[in-house]
Design a protein around this ligand. Structure first.
Ligand SMILES: NC(=O)c1ccc[n+]([C@@H]2O[C@H](COP(=O)([O-])OP(=O)(O)OC[C@H]3O[C@@H](n4cnc5c(N)ncnc54)[C@H](O)[C@@H]3O)[C@@H](O)[C@H]2O)c1
Length: 457
């Protein structure tokens, strides 16, 4: 297992210098057509959007006709990357929140990558599909059940695809475990664990200038995710970010493809971590205005999902306390069990490994290394988050180029994102079980797996 490749970038954000560009509804910076290439536009070129932008610039099959963002600084940084890559000038759509809709009217765009604050994901993905283009939408794709249905209904009405851009599905160990599950190494699957366990306190708060670091400001006074992400912790008690864990597990358990999420129960702890951070921070203290706020989000939210095949999945959301990064993956079945994470990878396979003992999982993960990683390891290096972003962006581009069904679709986007509103409702009702809608309307019974099947993307 090339652990170095995995670890190197997984928390690194693209950091680029630059100054502002004048905001105007539409600024034409050059001609934009290239018939031989797949034409991908971007909405949102903040930190994450620029990760995608770099992968697109690295892909010789891609031409970028246009980008949309409301932040002059983000646009300036994106333009610098475009210039540095020797790419033609792109057209910029900016000036107001709906400028991206003018971009969507263009005929020379095949697909759009959306990396904006959460509340924009579904409206932008719906508009993109209605404009007849492939939507690639960041995680989570939706924040409410009606939004989940909007994604599915719009896909079914328009035939335009929506790919949820869940990069962790392409993590090397995740793909190897997917292979192992499909090879039956763990027998019949029974139980899984996963989550998002990531100390985000220095992302939720900053000084209005740096992405992560000094300061206890957020909202108007914050920078990047602190401008919009933190408010969700004030207003919602739910698993706010379920898909990095639940997406990969869903692919392993054939969710929407022979199986589906049936119901969930969620519980939450008290929420004291953010207040504690503000009070103890040198830029904060007990008299800081933000120390008076009451945070709704519990520090640890634990959700148990049941599936139609009788498995259970424990999903943890843990982002307000000091802790190392983890997605806490476990897969267990009648043949054995694996725990896999950045720091621990151990397994037990009945009849193969020593009875009642954990064994180092890396040799097994190497043996079941996914063909995609074997084939594109070199290209993936430097592709963001240890290489997994390379595979995900490439998969979006290939699906658009070949006009094919993407490997993660609108039904996945809906089912995985639905964990947020359902967990919120369960917590509000003292852990009451909440049923998942069957977003496939019964098609999940006969649907066949689509993720990680092919060896070309
Ligand atoms: N998959 C991953 O590993 C990963 C990592 C980081 C972020 N993300 C996701 O990516 C998304 C963006 O996160 P980020 O870190 O880039 O945040 P960010 O705040 O740095 O960037 C968001 C960008 O969206 C722009 N924007 C806001 N409203 C807009 C509008 N109406 N029209 C056009 N642009 C608009 C902002 O100006 C900003 O540039 C989030 O959903 C986040 O959850 C995913």
């Amino acid at each position: 297992m090339k652990e170095g490749i995995q670890r190197r970038d997984f928390l690194k954000r693209t950091a680029l210098a630059g100054v502002g560009i004048a905001a105007a509804p539409y600024i034409s910076l050059g001609k934009s057509s290239n018939k031989d290439k797949v034409r991908i536009a971007l909405i949102g070129v903040g930190y994450r959007g620029r990760n995608h932008l770099q992968n697109l610039l690295n892909n010789p099959d891609v031409f970028i006709p246009a980008i949309a963002d409301i932040d002059p600084e983000a646009l300036k940084k994106a333009n610098e990357m475009i210039d540095k890559a020797g790419h033609k000038k792109v057209d910029i759509y900016t000036g107001h929140d709906y400028a991206y809709r003018d971009m969507l009217e263009r005929k020379d765009i095949d697909g759009v990558i959306i990396s904006t604050p959460w509340l924009w994901h579904t409206p932008m993905a719906v508009d993109t599909m209605k404009a007849g283009k492939y939507a690639g939408v960041e995680v989570s794709a939706a924040t409410t059940l009606p939004e989940c249905w909007d994604l599915v209904n719009t896909y079914e009405e328009t035939g335009s695809h929506c790919m949820i851009l869940e990069n962790v599905c392409y993590r090397r160990d995740v793909l190897a475990v997917l292979n192992m599950v499909r090879e039956g190494i763990f027998g019949e699957t029974v139980h899984a664990r996963c989550g998002y366990l990531h100390d985000l306190r220095a992302v939720k708060f900053n000084d209005g200038k740096s992405y992560s670091g000094p300061g206890v400001e957020f909202g108007e006074k914050g920078h990047a995710e602190a401008r919009w992400r933190t408010q969700h912790s004030l207003k919602r008690n739910a698993d706010l970010y379920p898909t990095h864990g639940a997406g990969p597990i869903a692919t392993m358990l054939d969710i929407n493809r022979g199986n589906r999420f049936m119901s969930l129960t969620s519980t939450s702890t008290k929420g004291v971590g953010l207040h504690d951070y503000i009070v103890k921070h040198p830029a904060g203290g007990p008299d800081h205005p933000n120390a008076k706020l009451k945070w709704k989000l519990g520090d640890v939210v634990t959700t148990t999902i049941t599936t139609a095949r009788g498995e259970s999945i424990i999903v943890t959301h843990d982002v307000n306390l000091p802790r190392p990064y983890s997605l806490g993956f476990r897969m267990q079945g009648t043949g054995g069990i694996i725990d896999f994470d950045y720091h621990t990878r151990r397994l037990f396979i009945e009849g193969q490994t020593k009875d009642h003992w954990w064994e180092e999982a890396d040799p097994h993960l190497e043996k079941y290394d996914h063909p995609l990683w074997k084939k594109f390891e070199k290209e993936a290096e430097g592709g963001g988050h240890g290489g997994m972003d390379f595979f995900m962006d490439r998969a979006f581009v290939e699906a658009v180029k070949r006009k094919e069904h993407p490997p993660m679709d609108a039904y996945d986007a809906a089912a995985w994102s639905a964990i947020t509103p359902l967990s919120e409702r369960s917590i509000a009702n003292n852990g009451e079980p909440q049923d998942f809608p069957d977003f496939t309307r019964g098609k999940c019974i006969n649907n066949k797996p689509i993720f990680g099947i092919r060896e070309d993307y």
